[in-house]
Design a protein around this ligand. Structure first.
Ligand SMILES: [Mn+2]
Length: 369
């Protein structure tokens, strides 16, 4: 197994490459989504009107040259580019929303996957979600007052409609007419995913790129009027069965899996890890811990929380998983570099866990091993 770190494009700097290597990281997962935290009063009006911000890549698809230049930079710094974390919402909003540009955007996504393959990036992560990551609060809720995220449904209206011009908790069209996105049923969202997969997977197969689906974060039944997709561990299998392809894989988020309610689920987080690792379907792992489940949970440091992370590492090891683990997100620590300190803490923990499992120092999980 390999130690990785997720970095936004804006964080691809010499200092951060050095930081990663100093922590023992060999592989990077890059989040290429650029966004602008604007101060436009119209956009900012109303609760969560702006979300993460305004996407900045309208009509500017990623080209092979863009990707090759980033890859060259990463490799010149002694690291390997393992995966792209997500599509940019401005590149596929109408694929998600079944809007008028969906076919045009789909064709461009195929060209993007061809560029990803040509650049030699083995994995394209994606999160097929209308609302995106929404509804949480960030504050000093973590151990020792660390800044961490809490999702508490008693404090929000999870049905708050999504404004026009917004998807995936980002604004893709600041000039969209007033109004909100119509509610989307579970059947509808699964149909949209099926169409997307049937279009993209043959291209991905051809280009040697694995498409890796992130589950819902938060894994609610619906959010902002849109039904969710993978909000139980079992629904990963439903996704894989929807359009069978060797290019279809999982962005395996332990935190999101642990946040899922247990009703209607036949797999827990350990069983899901075993099942999908044995099947060779895990493209890479988001290695983070959490306390609680929908409707109330909190993100915590990797060494506390509901998941026995060492047991997960043992399962991954015993089932032959050989991919990358990244910390995903972590609580931020009180110091001059809160994000870096949180990441360094998680990376150190994961590195220790990997060394321990490799020398047989962890308690066995399976009787036969
Ligand atoms: Mn995740």
């Amino acid at each position: 197994m390999k130690l990785g770190l997720g970095l936004y494009r804006s964080l691809l700097t010499q200092d951060n490459y050095a930081f990663a290597k100093q922590a023992g990281v060999t592989h990077l997962v890059v989040h290429l989504v650029d966004y602008f935290k604007g101060s436009n009063p119209v956009l900012a009006s109303g609760p969560n009107r702006l979300g993460w911000g305004v996407t900045q890549n309208q009509d500017r698809p990623w080209t092979y040259e863009d990707l090759a230049a980033i890859k060259k930079d990463i490799e010149a710094n002694g690291l390997t580019w393992e995966a792209i974390e997500n599509f940019d919402p401005s590149h596929w909003h109408d694929v998600l929303l079944d809007g008028p540009k969906k076919r045009q955007q789909m064709e461009q996504l195929k060209r993007t996957i061809q560029a990803v393959g040509k650049a030699g990036i083995p994995i394209m992560g994606y999160n097929f979600s209308i609302a995106g990551v929404w509804g949480w609060t960030k504050g000093p809720f973590g151990r020792g007052g660390a800044k961490a995220l809490v999702y508490d449904e008693s404090k929000i209206d999870k049905s708050t409609p999504l404004p026009n011009g917004m998807v995936w908790n980002m604004v893709y069209d600041p000039d969209a007419p007033e109004g909100t996105v119509a509610p989307i049923s579970s059947e509808e969202i699964w149909q949209r995913l099926e169409w997307f997969l049937s279009e993209i997977l043959p291209v991905a197969e051809e280009c040697g790129v694995r498409m890796a689906l992130h589950p819902d974060d938060p894994p609610t039944d619906q959010l902002r009027g849109g039904a969710r997709l993978v909000n139980r561990p079992d629904k990963y299998q439903k996704m894989l069965d929807l359009v069978p392809s060797r290019a279809s894989a999982l962005e395996f988020c332990l935190g999101s899996l642990s946040e899922m309610p247990t009703d209607g689920a036949t797999l827990d987080v350990y069983e899901a890890t075993e099942k999908f690792a044995r099947a060779g379907r895990i493209a890479y792992v988001h290695f983070r811990n959490v306390r609680g489940k929908v409707p109330l949970y909190q993100e915590v440091f990797v060494d506390e929380g509901d998941i026995d992370m060492l047991r997960v590492v043992q399962i991954l090891h015993d089932t032959g998983y050989d991919g990358v683990l990244i910390p995903d997100h972590t609580p931020e620590m009180t110091c001059a570099a809160p994000w870096h300190a949180g990441m360094a803490y998680a990376l150190g923990y994961i590195r220790c866990a990997l060394q321990a499992v490799e020398r047989g120092a962890l308690a066995p999980v399976f009787a036969s091993t």
